[in-house]
Design a binder for this molecule. Sequence first.
Ligand SMILES: [Ca+2]
Length: 289
Amino acid sequence: FCSSFGCFVLWIYEKQHLQSELMSLELRHTKQQQLIQRLMNLNQIDERSLKAGSFYDMGDKQYMDCAQIFKNTQSGFYMIKPLLSPTRMRVYCDMTDGQSSRDAQMAVSHLTDWNDYKIGFGDMKSANGEFWLGNDNLHYMTTQDDYTLRINLKDFEGSRRFAVYRTFKVDNEQNHYQLQFGVYTGSAGDALSGSYHPEVQWWASHQGMTFSTRDRDNDRYDRSCDQEDKSGWWFNRCHSDNLNGFYHRGPYSAVTDDGIVWYPWHGWWYSLKSVQTKIRPASFEPNDV
Ligand SMILES: [Ca+2]
């Protein structure tokens, strides 16, 4: 069949051939492993970028509120432009529970002036950041359509309550961002109108109140609610809720009721753990989208 020499050559050839095939297989294996690693990394980055707190650029498309972008379904920051607003604004859109807009999370510093509240301030980048959207922006948002306000409250014992107000409106700066709201539903009690107690209502209702800050006193009190209660708010004489108040952490004693207060739930001397406010069009039905 073959001479000993011929078989030897064939053996050498086969050995070299197998060795080069092995090397090529090893190379392919390494390349595939690198590819798998790259794909895994890409996947992780993708997951991270989809987490709440991300900023989504919707390009040149114009949306008047979060409800119009709801089909995007990812919670995060978006640029919107309410009809009357001269500029686009950055808002947090909460798509997880059908709420289409979070306007503010309000455990904020009281060392802020009229102009800070006017244009907004705080952490507008992280999902749990605390910020005030800005009274001008609240005005532009709430006058272009009929909006519903939802306030989510948490205490330090782990309980949660909420309050919903129909027809939430904030007037313009000339009218000191006068507050108007409609029917209440919820579990936290109707602090905004103070309807739980007529004797409280006349001095603590926030219906029709104008906004006050430490440098602009528009309240009905002969002194300044803002200076006593350390926040910018729609004070009367002064309040039954003070959601921009001082972060006392639960029960507190102070000269005035300056905590983060929601009176019908925990009274004036308990400062809440967290406050989240959201607005969405009254006509908005997540299931329609
Ligand atoms: Ca006053």
